[in-house]
Structures are given as C-alpha cells and as structure tokens.
Design a binder for this molecule. Sequence first.
Ligand SMILES: [Zn+2]
Length: 446
Amino acid sequence: MNVLVEDGRIAKITQDKIIPFDFKINGSGKFLTPGLMDSHAHVSSIPGMGFGVEPISVKNPKIAAAYFAQQPRSFLYYGVTQLLDPNPGLNFKHFTSAVDHPDYFRCEVITSKETFPYVEKKDDQSKSMFTYLVDEHALEHEANSVESVVQKIYKSGASCIKIYFENGYGNASQWPILSPKTLQRIKVSAGKVNLPILAHANALDMQQLALAADVDVIAHGMWNWGEYARERVISKEISQVLDHIVDEKVGYMPTQRVIAGLGEVMLADIVDSTEFLSITPQSLLDWYKTPQAQWFIDELRIGFDGMPDKAISDAFLYGRIGKGNIVINYLNKSKHPLLLASDFPGSPSFANQPGLTTFQEMKAMADAGLSLEEVLAAATINNAKQFKIDNDYGTVEVGKMANLLLLKKNPLISIESWNSIDTIILRGRPIKRDTLAVKKEQVIVE
Ligand SMILES: [Zn+2]
C-alpha cells in the first residue's frame, strides 16, 4: 500500500505506484498508524517541581529551561502527535513555539477564589496560573461573571472548559466546590459556544456531582470509592455512576499514571530508569537526587503517617490501581469508548516523564484488560471523536492530517510495539525517532 502526503495531509492511499513524488519513505515490513493523542497532559508542569510558575521551578531557571526545550520533543519521541492540555496556565509558549511539537489543544480552567485549585496555592506566582477566576455572585453582564468568563475562554481559542470537583486530598479536606447554580450557569454558557466541559473528579461522590452537573468528560479514573473503599467488587452505587457514564456517553479518562506516579516515586531507584535518559535532560535527573527534590516524597510520607516507603508504594500500585482497573474493566465491558489520557505528570512526582507517561498509560490500559485494538482506538479515534477533531485526526484516511507513526513492530501483537517507533510523521514531515532524544549539549552544569 502506498500513501501520498501533500501539504501536510493524506492525499491518496492506493495499491498503485504513486509518481511523481519529492520524497519517499520506505515502509516495507513496517506498520503505519495514526499518531497518538494524549488528551490530558500538562505541558506547563515540570515533573518533581510542579507548574513552571511555582517557586521551586522559578528557583531553578536553567534546569527548567533545559526541560522545557526538550519536553515537546519527548512527547513526539513516544509518538504523541496531538496533545490536549486541560490546564495550561500562562506557560505553554515553549511548547507551541518549538520547531517540532505535537499539535496543541487546550482547555481553560474556571475556578473561584474559594475553591480548589486556586485555594490550594499559597503564593501569588502560583495563583497567577488561574486567569479565569469567576465571582459566583457576579451578575451576567459583570466582567467576572460565569457568562463573561466563558465568553473570554471561547474567544481565547480554547477547545474546552475544565472544572474541579475536589474537596481535598489525603487527610486535608472540605474545600468548597462551585455551587450547583454556578455549575448550571457554566453548562448553559458553554453550551451556547459549543465548548465541552471536562471534570476533574476521582472519588465516587465527586464523580456523582460531576455527572449531576452534566459534564461531558470525567477527566480521572475512580480510585477513591468512599464508603466502599474496603470492598473489592463494584457496589450498586458505583455501578449506577458507571452506567450513567455509559448511557449518557460521558467521556472517560482513566489516568492510571497519576496513581502509578505516586507509587513509583516512593521507589528509591526510579530516578535511575534508563528510559529517562532519552527524554529528560541530565541536569534535571541530577536535581532529582538532591535533598530539595525530595519535598513531595516527604509530603507523601506525612500523609501516610510514617508508614514504610514500600508500603506506601504498594498502597498506590496495588490498592488504588486495582480499584481503577476494576472501573476501567466495567466500562470497557459495557463497550464504552475510553480515552488515552495520562494526566502527565499527574502530581509533582518525578516518576512521570513526558511522552513516556503516555506510553505507560497505554500499557496500564492493556494491563487493566483492554485488547490491543481497544488501546489503539483509545489513543487515536476515540480522542478525536470526543473532541470533535475526527475530520482531521484519528485514522489513516484521505483528507486527514498526516500525523502518523511508522512502527517496526505490529501494535496489534504487543503493546511494547508502541515503543518501536522508527519515524514520526508530523504534518507530513518525517522525523527519525533518534533525533528527538535528549541532546548532549542540553546538559547544563549548574
Ligand atoms: Zn490533570
């Protein structure tokens, strides 16, 4: 089969020879697939440091710069050619201005000064990430009303709106959530300009609230089963939530790497992972071994009341991942089209690195019980359809964007084949995988 690409799009797919052509890639014996879409990745965040505007990143400007220069290339290295960032803050220009970067889509966050995540940030720099703060009491015509803010987001070119259903992490709790009235106003205003609503919600009660607010996508797996936390099978209350998701065709992002990242950061040797060497600048890897870089690990230890690290790790890697897997399986058995969405980096854990996390999320979906065909769909057409960009992306079809991967191994035989990329084709332009790896000259000595 021959594929002709013209002006960045697929122009012809045929058994016949195509002549003339300017440039030819020999794909014989290889596998051509659509490029992958990760629909939940935070490009303004540095693994281990948090968002680039937060104090710890600001204190390490050279490391941050080396990281941000490499990051778009690392996503491409793992075949991510489209990326949706649900919370870019002010800091995504490094990504969109890079010579080679995945096609970029973003949601903008609506929050208020009383609710998470704004309420969790302690300093002005971190708070500056939230450009779309609403005053829940403001009337429709006022500048910071729900209606005005939704209009601003729409005009900014965003693809969606993200709202948080989060009342606290670990022992901390009882942050207020946007009121039902505000949620309803967001839904109505977003509907008028056709912006889908993504909900951050990972607990049973929070997902119930998100569904009551009629959101379009649940942006996290359900790891926190509330009063059913000690049970191993799905309770009636949980199955009602999941059935609602299936019946109402609500998009679902399992984001298992959030939990895996928390479990793996507790393992002392994670920083020596050989995979990191291709995608993470050496200066950042070196920083991970310094005492300052241990702050998040210390925070997790406090949250677990001094339990041994291995036990904390197991609680995430077996306990909560297991719960997420049961939910994934339930939805998948109901033929619900799941979405590849890693939530890179998911937390300030440095176990999650750009691109690699997306690949690991695909492995997590396969581990949870999806077939390799279902993982392929989750990574390509399901995301394209969910965000209504399937005219341009999601399959190898005439007329679509030539964002493609040439694999050495068949991805329908082994999930590991997604790590056998020969060439990434970005809008028709071939890029050899090796050329995207971390360059030696990017190593900056502090
Ligand atoms: Zn996220």
